[in-house]
Design a protein around this ligand. Structure first.
Ligand SMILES: Nc1ncnc2c1ncn2[C@@H]1O[C@H](COP(=O)(O)OP(=O)(O)OP(=O)(O)O)[C@@H](O)[C@H]1O
Ligand SMILES: [Mg+2]
Length: 251
């Protein structure tokens, strides 16, 4: 192949990459605007449904049940939209990286969950967590989603024990584990749970949109890291993050 052809190919590739990037950005913007604008009409459905129940004295049992079910569905949809919005914000509302002390971050998140920690007699052990470069709000969100899952999927009749620890790897990377003694799941689903709306446990018992871990994955990938899970039913689950201590320079 001569040099001119090679140069032509390289230019073509570059223009494809730019086009792809633009399409991606448009899609992200669309998701953000759509989920934001869907909130208002939904709020109206809930408000007027509630008002109808309050104001109508002679509502028969069936009609009341229908309106209540409508309200319940609208509230579930609200959760979906809020989570979709959160998901799209990972790319549309980015903040520059700064130093984030992970030990402090985990402690802050635990303080926010003080109530659930006390009521379940949970123990959270923290050790060897580093300070890394990251988007402070996104790292917060990541830790909240993971710790909250450990509480949500706890085993019945035994207090949750959550171990959060770091291990320094070579080449600037840290491995951070979030380990629980909850209900666990069959490890063959370990990849599936990071996909949108994928849930392994029943909706009637565990509420949620199935976007929590999808958001975690997106956050970790923006930080040039990885996330994976190990689990055993009835024994517990460990989420493993690999994250760089220092971010590579932006090109
Ligand atoms: N610590 C855990 N122990 C056991 N199962 C888990 C754990 N974390 C996640 N899962 C399983 O993975 C599924 C996906 O988790 P994810 O956090 O994405 O969604 P969710 O918790 O169902 O809803 P939400 O969007 O509110 O977080 C869960 O429905 C659950 O079946
Ligand atoms: Mg969750």
């Amino acid at each position: 192949m001569d040099m001119t052809q090679r140069k032509k190919d390289a230019e073509q590739l570059k223009s494809y990459a730019i086009e792809l990037q633009r399409n991606n950005k448009e899609l992200e913007d669309f998701a953000f605007i759509a989920s934001h604008d869907l909130q208002e009409p939904l709020r109206k459905i809930t408000t007027f449904g509630d008002r109808l129940i309050e104001k109508t004295v002679d509502l028969d049992e069936h009609s009341r049940d229908y309106i209540e079910r409508m309200g319940k569905s609208a509230r579930r949809m609200k959760r979906f939209i809020e989570d979709l919005l959160l998901y799209s914000k990972v790319t549309t509302k980015q903040k520059p990286f700064e130093l984030v002390d992970l030990e402090k971050k985990v402690k802050t998140v635990c303080e926010e969950m003080d109530h659930i920690i006390h009521s379940t007699h949970a123990v959270v052990n923290i050790s060897n967590l580093p300070t890394i470069e990251g988007d402070n709000n996104q790292i917060h969100q990541l830790i909240v989603n993971l710790i909250f899952n450990s509480f949500k999927y706890k085993s019945e009749g035994k207090p949750p024990i959550i171990n959060i620890f770091g291990k320094k790897k070579e080449n600037n990377y840290w491995e951070i584990s979030i380990q629980d003694n909850g209900i666990g799941f069959d490890e063959k689903y370990a990849d599936r749970i990071f996909k949108p709306f994928q849930r392994l446990h029943g909706r009637s018992k565990y509420e949620g949109s199935g976007l929590g871990l999808t958001i975690c994955k997106k956050i970790v990938e923006r930080h040039n890291g990885t996330i994976s899970a190990l689990s055993k039913p009835g024994v517990g689950t460990t989420f493993i993050l690999t994250l760089p201590e220092k971010q590579p320079p932006i090109h």
